[in-house]
Design a protein around this ligand. Structure first.
Ligand code: PLP
Length: 382
């Protein structure tokens, strides 16, 4: 079977996890800080906070940056977690249409910011691993004094990722570049946001004597009692375990190798479809993309085959592509909130044509050729 994405876990990874399982700390131990340090060094950011998944990373970023009622620009072409996280903070997502690469259109963002100065933030998704124009994002951040969250779940390893966001979030789900089973990370350069994220990750508790408010926190000499903690915020248990962090450290060391292979696969797909009428890459080979996904656009009407039929033909050969994504504003939950998908026509048009082809480190050359040929045959067939 050839899925659209899958993990690559080797014997080094397994040894790293097994060592932790046989040790003293399964959770809240030293591997967490070790993974965070390795990650922040790799991303050239000041702080990294490990959390239980990418959705938790978005949730905590929203709570750290937004207030109830804040208006936030975001994209309909993402996993539902992106805009859901804005709702978790009782803020209001505003869906902005996408550009040709299916990333949020920054010109439309600027139009919206000009019209409505009360907009507080942009939650930008680096869709497929190709970053939203980071200099454009920085310009909007500075000119309109807004907060930026980079949802970088697709973009670990992309050039300059996490360089603009007040917080940038990552996912280590098995289909992503590196995995910890479930897992996520938040990168930030801001001391205040960092402290807030740490507190929110752990139930809103603090063990910092300097922050204690209650008198019983201290012994007769004024020293903080060793068992004592205080809750100052409504937080969560969004911790990542030590054995997951051990897997993350081991996987992170292989990130460059993983990304290079993904780029090779993307370049081969581009080449294979260059002269094939009905399949176009979402964008031509882009060195700076981390290629979490390889999205092809198929004009199904012209090709004379429906997407459902194409999926059936591929599935019959044990190839399992995907669709990324059904526009979030078409989801019944969002429609009930009053969102109208017709307001983002490019997203709707993109959705009609997109198909994500197999893209993962261990995809063999022969397997990729099989995917290409099967796809071409299925589309050429009428
Ligand atoms: C763009 C995007 N944001 C957020 C998430 C949520 O990450 P997780 O599945 O780790 O919660 C995903 C994962 O699928 C994603 O693709």
């Amino acid at each position: 079977m050839i899925p659209y994405g899958r993990q690559s876990v080797d014997s080094d990874d397994i040894v790293a996890v097994a060592e932790v399982l046989g040790g003293d700390y399964l959770t809240t131990g030293p591997k967490v800080a070790e993974f965070e340090k390795a990650f922040s060094e790799k991303m050239a950011c000041k702080y990294a906070v490990a959390v239980s998944n990418g959705t938790a990373a978005l949730h905590l970023s929203s709570l750290a940056l937004l207030s109830a009622g804040d208006k936030v620009l975001t994209t309909p072409i993402s996993f539902v977690a992106t805009s859901n996280s804005i709702l978790y903070a009782n803020a209001k997502p505003i869906f902005v249409d996408v550009a040709d690469d299916a990333n949020i259109d920054l010109n439309l963002c600027e139009d919206a910011l000009k019209k409505d100065p009360s907009i507080k933030a942009i939650f930008a998704v680096h869709f497929t691993g190709k970053c939203v124009d980071l200099s454009g994002l920085k310009y909007l951040k500075e000119k309109y004094n807004i907060k930026i969250v980079e949802d970088a779940a697709h973009a670990l390893g992309a050039t300059d990722v996490a360089s603009v966001g007040d917080a940038s979030t990552f996912s280590f789900h098995p289909v992503k570049h590196i995995t910890t089973g479930e897992g996520g990370m938040i990168a930030t350069n801001d001391d205040v946001i960092y402290k807030k994220l740490l507190t929110l990750r752990g139930h809103g508790l603090t063990r910092d004597g300097g922050a204690f408010e209650n008198a019983e926190a201290f012994d007769e000499n004024g020293a903080p009692n060793p068992w004592y903690y205080e809750m100052h915020d409504l937080g969560f248990n969004y911790r990542l375990t030590d054995f997951q962090c051990a897997l993350g450290i081991s996987q992170l060391a292989k990130l460059d190798k993983f990304i290079n292979r993904r780029k090779e696969i993307a370049a081969r797909y581009d080449e294979a479809f260059a002269y094939f009428e009905h399949i176009k890459p979402l964008y031509r080979f882009e060195f700076d993309s981390a290629y979490h996904l390889y999205v092809a656009r198929v004009d199904f009407t012209k090709a004379g085959i429906s997407r459902a039929e194409l999926f059936k033909r591929l599935n019959a050969k044990k190839i399992y592509p995907q669709v990324h994504y059904i526009p979030i504003n078409t989801q019944p939950y969002y429609k009930k909130l009053g969102y109208n998908p017709q307001e983002t026509p490019n997203a709707l048009e993109y959705y009609e044509e997109c198909i994500s082809l197999p893209m993962f480190y261990s995809l063999g050359g022969d397997e990729q050729e099989f995917v290409i040929n099967t796809l071409k045959e299925a589309i050429a067939w009428k």
